[in-house]
Design a binder for this molecule. Sequence first.
Ligand SMILES: Nc1ncnc2c1ncn2[C@@H]1O[C@H](COP(=O)(O)OP(=O)(O)OP(=O)(O)O)[C@@H](O)[C@H]1O
Ligand SMILES: [Mg+2]
Ligand SMILES: [Zn+2]
Length: 151
Amino acid sequence: MEFKVTPIRNGTVIDHINCGQALNVLRILKINEYNVESTVSVLMHVPSKKMGWKDVVKVEDRELDRNTVDKIALIAPKATIDIIRDFSVAEKSNVMLSERVVGLVRCGNPNCITNKNEPVSPEFDVDNHDPPILRCIYCDRILDNITENLI
Ligand SMILES: Nc1ncnc2c1ncn2[C@@H]1O[C@H](COP(=O)(O)OP(=O)(O)OP(=O)(O)O)[C@@H](O)[C@H]1O
Ligand SMILES: [Mg+2]
Ligand SMILES: [Zn+2]
Protein backbone atom coordinates (compact mmCIF):
# COMPACT_ATOMS: atom_id res chain seq x y z
CA MET A 1 0.00 0.00 0.00
CA GLU A 2 1.34 3.42 -0.92
CA PHE A 3 0.81 6.31 1.51
CA LYS A 4 0.89 9.92 0.43
CA VAL A 5 0.32 11.05 4.01
CA THR A 6 1.34 9.75 7.42
CA PRO A 7 -0.81 6.77 8.34
CA ILE A 8 -3.11 7.30 11.28
CA ARG A 9 -3.31 4.88 14.20
CA ASN A 10 -6.96 5.45 15.10
CA GLY A 11 -9.56 7.62 13.44
CA THR A 12 -11.68 7.99 10.34
CA VAL A 13 -10.94 8.17 6.62
CA ILE A 14 -13.66 9.77 4.52
CA ASP A 15 -12.85 8.43 1.07
CA HIS A 16 -14.44 8.91 -2.38
CA ILE A 17 -15.54 12.48 -1.71
CA ASN A 18 -16.67 14.26 -4.89
CA CYS A 19 -13.77 16.27 -6.19
CA GLY A 20 -13.90 19.80 -4.79
CA GLN A 21 -15.94 18.95 -1.68
CA ALA A 22 -13.12 18.27 0.83
CA LEU A 23 -13.28 21.75 2.38
CA ASN A 24 -17.05 21.47 2.74
CA VAL A 25 -16.54 18.15 4.51
CA LEU A 26 -14.19 19.95 6.93
CA ARG A 27 -16.97 22.50 7.51
CA ILE A 28 -19.40 19.70 8.30
CA LEU A 29 -16.83 18.21 10.69
CA LYS A 30 -16.54 21.71 12.24
CA ILE A 31 -12.78 21.55 11.85
CA ASN A 32 -11.12 24.94 11.51
CA GLU A 33 -7.89 26.74 12.38
CA TYR A 34 -9.07 27.46 15.93
CA ASN A 35 -10.21 24.04 17.08
CA VAL A 36 -8.16 21.38 15.33
CA GLU A 37 -6.77 19.14 18.05
CA SER A 38 -5.58 16.07 16.16
CA THR A 39 -3.93 15.37 12.83
CA VAL A 40 -6.16 16.09 9.85
CA SER A 41 -5.03 15.24 6.31
CA VAL A 42 -6.86 16.71 3.36
CA LEU A 43 -6.19 15.28 -0.09
CA MET A 44 -7.70 17.06 -3.03
CA HIS A 45 -7.86 15.90 -6.61
CA VAL A 46 -6.52 12.38 -6.11
CA PRO A 47 -6.83 9.91 -9.01
CA SER A 48 -9.45 7.23 -8.33
CA LYS A 49 -10.29 4.04 -10.20
CA LYS A 50 -13.93 4.30 -9.16
CA MET A 51 -14.65 7.94 -9.88
CA GLY A 52 -11.86 9.48 -11.94
CA TRP A 53 -10.89 12.08 -9.35
CA LYS A 54 -11.78 12.33 -5.71
CA ASP A 55 -10.99 14.11 -2.46
CA VAL A 56 -10.12 12.33 0.80
CA VAL A 57 -10.20 13.58 4.41
CA LYS A 58 -8.45 11.70 7.23
CA VAL A 59 -9.07 12.63 10.85
CA GLU A 60 -7.09 11.13 13.69
CA ASP A 61 -8.80 10.14 16.96
CA ARG A 62 -12.32 10.80 15.81
CA GLU A 63 -15.34 8.72 14.83
CA LEU A 64 -18.36 10.39 13.25
CA ASP A 65 -21.90 10.51 14.60
CA ARG A 66 -24.95 9.75 12.48
CA ASN A 67 -25.88 13.40 11.87
CA THR A 68 -22.41 14.17 10.57
CA VAL A 69 -22.38 11.17 8.23
CA ASP A 70 -25.83 12.13 6.91
CA LYS A 71 -24.64 15.68 6.19
CA ILE A 72 -21.65 14.28 4.30
CA ALA A 73 -24.05 12.16 2.21
CA LEU A 74 -25.74 15.41 1.12
CA ILE A 75 -22.57 16.80 -0.49
CA ALA A 76 -20.63 13.59 -1.23
CA PRO A 77 -23.11 10.79 -1.94
CA LYS A 78 -20.40 8.31 -3.01
CA ALA A 79 -18.31 8.79 0.14
CA THR A 80 -17.11 5.80 2.12
CA ILE A 81 -16.42 6.00 5.82
CA ASP A 82 -13.47 3.87 6.91
CA ILE A 83 -12.87 3.50 10.63
CA ILE A 84 -9.16 2.98 11.34
CA ARG A 85 -8.11 1.09 14.43
CA ASP A 86 -4.49 0.26 15.14
CA PHE A 87 -3.42 1.40 11.65
CA SER A 88 -5.83 -0.78 9.68
CA VAL A 89 -9.35 -0.51 8.33
CA ALA A 90 -11.63 -1.96 11.01
CA GLU A 91 -14.99 -0.95 9.52
CA LYS A 92 -16.09 0.32 6.14
CA SER A 93 -19.47 1.76 5.26
CA ASN A 94 -21.12 3.82 2.56
CA VAL A 95 -22.93 7.02 3.40
CA MET A 96 -26.67 6.58 2.90
CA LEU A 97 -29.48 9.11 2.94
CA SER A 98 -32.79 8.00 4.37
CA GLU A 99 -36.03 8.91 2.55
CA ARG A 100 -36.47 11.98 4.76
CA VAL A 101 -33.82 14.52 5.77
CA VAL A 102 -34.80 16.16 9.06
CA GLY A 103 -33.00 19.04 10.77
CA LEU A 104 -29.80 18.91 8.70
CA VAL A 105 -30.41 21.72 6.20
CA ARG A 106 -32.52 24.86 6.08
CA CYS A 107 -35.11 25.51 3.41
CA GLY A 108 -33.95 28.15 0.90
CA ASN A 109 -37.41 29.74 0.74
CA PRO A 110 -37.50 32.71 3.16
CA ASN A 111 -41.31 32.47 3.29
CA CYS A 112 -41.31 28.81 4.27
CA ILE A 113 -42.90 28.03 7.65
CA THR A 114 -39.57 26.52 8.73
CA ASN A 115 -37.95 29.98 8.42
CA LYS A 116 -40.67 31.84 10.41
CA ASN A 117 -39.59 31.27 14.02
CA GLU A 118 -42.21 28.56 14.38
CA PRO A 119 -41.20 25.40 16.25
CA VAL A 120 -40.99 23.42 13.01
CA SER A 121 -37.85 21.50 11.98
CA PRO A 122 -36.92 21.74 8.32
CA GLU A 123 -37.76 18.47 6.62
CA PHE A 124 -37.17 17.29 3.07
CA ASP A 125 -38.12 14.41 0.84
CA VAL A 126 -35.12 12.93 -0.98
CA ASP A 127 -36.19 13.01 -4.66
CA ASN A 128 -32.79 11.75 -5.81
CA HIS A 129 -29.76 10.38 -3.97
CA ASP A 130 -26.89 11.11 -6.38
CA PRO A 131 -26.83 13.98 -7.01
CA PRO A 132 -28.94 14.67 -3.91
CA ILE A 133 -32.17 16.51 -4.68
CA LEU A 134 -34.16 17.66 -1.66
CA ARG A 135 -37.78 18.84 -1.72
CA CYS A 136 -39.17 20.73 1.28
CA ILE A 137 -42.20 18.87 2.65
CA TYR A 138 -43.76 22.19 3.77
CA CYS A 139 -43.37 24.50 0.75
CA ASP A 140 -42.56 21.87 -1.91
CA ARG A 141 -39.55 23.85 -3.12
CA ILE A 142 -36.39 22.10 -4.35
CA LEU A 143 -33.35 23.22 -2.35
CA ASP A 144 -30.95 24.92 -4.79
CA ASN A 145 -27.82 25.10 -2.70
CA ILE A 146 -27.44 22.34 -0.13
CA THR A 147 -23.92 23.35 0.98
CA GLU A 148 -24.95 26.94 1.78
CA ASN A 149 -27.93 25.76 3.82
CA LEU A 150 -26.31 23.11 6.00
CA ILE A 151 -27.20 23.62 9.68
N1 LIG B 1 -3.73 3.66 8.80
C1 LIG B 1 -4.23 4.44 7.83
N2 LIG B 1 -4.01 5.77 7.87
C2 LIG B 1 -4.51 6.58 6.93
N3 LIG B 1 -5.26 6.17 5.90
C3 LIG B 1 -5.52 4.84 5.81
C4 LIG B 1 -5.02 3.92 6.75
N4 LIG B 1 -5.45 2.67 6.39
C5 LIG B 1 -6.18 2.82 5.27
N5 LIG B 1 -6.24 4.13 4.92
C6 LIG B 1 -6.99 4.72 3.79
O1 LIG B 1 -8.34 4.31 3.93
C7 LIG B 1 -8.93 4.09 2.65
C8 LIG B 1 -9.49 2.69 2.59
O2 LIG B 1 -8.46 1.77 2.70
P1 LIG B 1 -8.56 0.34 1.99
O3 LIG B 1 -7.30 -0.38 2.29
O4 LIG B 1 -9.86 -0.29 2.35
O5 LIG B 1 -8.53 0.83 0.48
P2 LIG B 1 -9.26 0.28 -0.78
O6 LIG B 1 -8.98 -1.19 -0.93
O7 LIG B 1 -8.85 1.20 -1.89
O8 LIG B 1 -10.80 0.47 -0.44
P3 LIG B 1 -11.99 0.96 -1.37
O9 LIG B 1 -12.39 -0.21 -2.20
O10 LIG B 1 -13.04 1.39 -0.39
O11 LIG B 1 -11.44 2.10 -2.21
C9 LIG B 1 -7.83 4.37 1.63
O12 LIG B 1 -8.00 5.72 1.19
C10 LIG B 1 -6.53 4.22 2.43
O13 LIG B 1 -5.53 5.08 1.93
MG1 LIG C 1 -9.61 2.71 -2.98
ZN1 LIG D 1 -39.69 25.05 2.63
